[in-house]
Design a protein around this ligand. Structure first.
Ligand code: NZQ
Ligand code: ZN
Length: 390
């Protein structure tokens, strides 16, 4: 096991009606609040009204900024920074999914910085402070409700970049599984693919002697897959929604990644796809991950065979572990198909036009490699995207 530091300050409130505590929790901070949300799902579901009432009942002063798009845009972040400065905001309350939470975090670090907030995402500067952020989560997926990360799209530059820094963890997050009943099946499935990917980026490691986190990873993956079928059958199955929601947080608050090297190539490649084609992050991952696996499994057949056996109950063929490994990849692909996710770029009407461009962008013109499980060059990435094509 590698040395590690782990600190997660995010206080989680989980269960039915927890969103009604938003007002009193915000009030306790004494701050004026920016209520930040997305494109309208919270108004349609009635959640917006409940949050506003909770803030009003607690006598919290607030202003609002809606309109966050999936793959949240830098332009709205900049608008939010100006608004927070003008209104002397002390807390950002993000009501929505990863996109809203990530936009809130970007605004939070931008307010505290005299330069261009995009500097942080390009690695030109490191944030030292963030305006406190709190989250009412409506889709289990990105894990931003407890993660130290934010991913923002610079629409003009066709770039999608992540920022990770311990100060980006929210102060508190309110997770009510019932809020996810209104999710379209496709969004539920995209969220499931994303949380599985967060575990797999950690599971496929080169670090030895990490039995505890190996087993934690397997347990999260098995649970998510099992509950995914239940939730697809009955979107109002509270237990299934609750298991998936908590798994989404566990998958990405890094508890299960402690002490192990991680990979993150599939995420890097996916971000290039969603930067150009504006697809849902989880859908990009259900296409990229199986292709990545096919490209890299030979570098550690045993790990892939274990994945197949432990996560998908594939019989372990000791004579031919490669066949077990390949069966595991096929099972993952079948699982994605079962929940109606794309598994090829062509399923999302994406052809090979930008393959070279995407491989080039993720490696800065081939000047560096990516990946912890297996180092990938620009040409490896082109190969992965070609494997994902049809
Ligand atoms: O915008 P509204 O109208 O609210 O609709 C949203 C949006 O269209 C809808 N939705 C959310 N909750 C709903 C709902 N519709 C009905 N009922 C509900 N309860 O779902 C759509 C997707 O929302 P979004 O926030 O974009 O989804 P997600 O949570 O998957 O976030 C994706 C973003 O997170 C980034 C991704 O790259 C992507 O930009 N990520 C952030 C990470 C982090 N901060 O740690 C890590 C991840 O790997 C990921 O990269
Ligand atoms: Zn992700």
């Amino acid at each position: 096991m590698l040395n590690f530091d782990f600190y997660n300050k995010t206080k989680i409130f989980f269960g039915k009606d927890v969103e009604l505590q938003a007002g009193s929790l915000c009030k306790a901070t004494g701050a004026k609040v920016l209520l930040h949300y997305g494109g309208g799902s919270i108004k349609k579901s009635g959640l917006y009204d409940r949050i506003v009432k909770s803030l009003n009942d607690a006598d919290v002063q607030f202003v609002e900024l809606g309109g966050v798009q999936p793959n949240p845009r830098l332009s709205l972040v900049k608008e939010g920074i100006e608004l927070c400065r003008k209104e002397k905001i002390g807390l950002i309350l993000a009501v929505g999914g990863g996109s809203v939470a990530d936009s809130a975090k970007a605004i939070g670090v931008g307010v505290e910085y005299a330069g261009d907030v995009w500097d942080f995402y390009m690695g030109k500067a490191s944030p030292e402070k963030m305006l406190p952020v709190a989250v009412v989560l409506t889709i289990p997926a990105a894990g931003s409700e407890a993660s130290p990360s934010s991913v923002i799209s610079n629409e003009e530059a066709e770039l999608k970049k992540g920022l990770t820094n311990i100060i980006l963890r929210p102060e508190f997050s309110l997770l009510n599984p019932e809020l996810t009943y209104t999710l379209p099946d496709y969004q539920t499935a995209c969220g499931i693919a994303d949380m599985l990917a967060h575990v797999m980026e950690r599971y496929f490691t080169t670090t030895k002697g990490v039995e505890l986190s190996d087993r934690l990873c397997e347990s999260v993956m098995k649970t998510v897959i099992h509950q995914a079928y239940r939730v697809m059958q009955n979107p109002e199955d509270y237990t299934a929604r609750a298991e998936i929601m908590w798994a989404g947080t566990i998958a990405h608050n890094d508890m299960i990644g402690c002490g192990r090297s991680q990979d993150w190539s599939s995420h890097g490649i996916e971000h290039e796809i969603s930067a150009i084609y504006d697809v849902a992050h989880g859908a990009g991952l259900s296409v990229v991950f199986p292709a990545w696996m096919k490209h890299v499994y030979k570098s550690n057949v045993g790990r892939f065979a274990r994945f197949a056996h432990e996560v998908f109950n594939v019989d372990y063929d000791f004579e031919n572990p490669e066949s077990t490994a390949l069966q595991g990849i096929a099972e993952l692909e079948q699982f994605f198909r079962d929940i109606n996710l794309p598994v090829r770029l062509s399923d999302m009407d994406i052809d090979d036009t930008n393959i070279e461009k995407m491989a080039s962008k993720v490696t800065d013109d081939g000047s560096h490699t990516i990946g912890g499980f297996k180092e990938l060059t620009k040409s490896d990435i082109q190969n992965i995207l070609n494997l994902a094509l049809k």
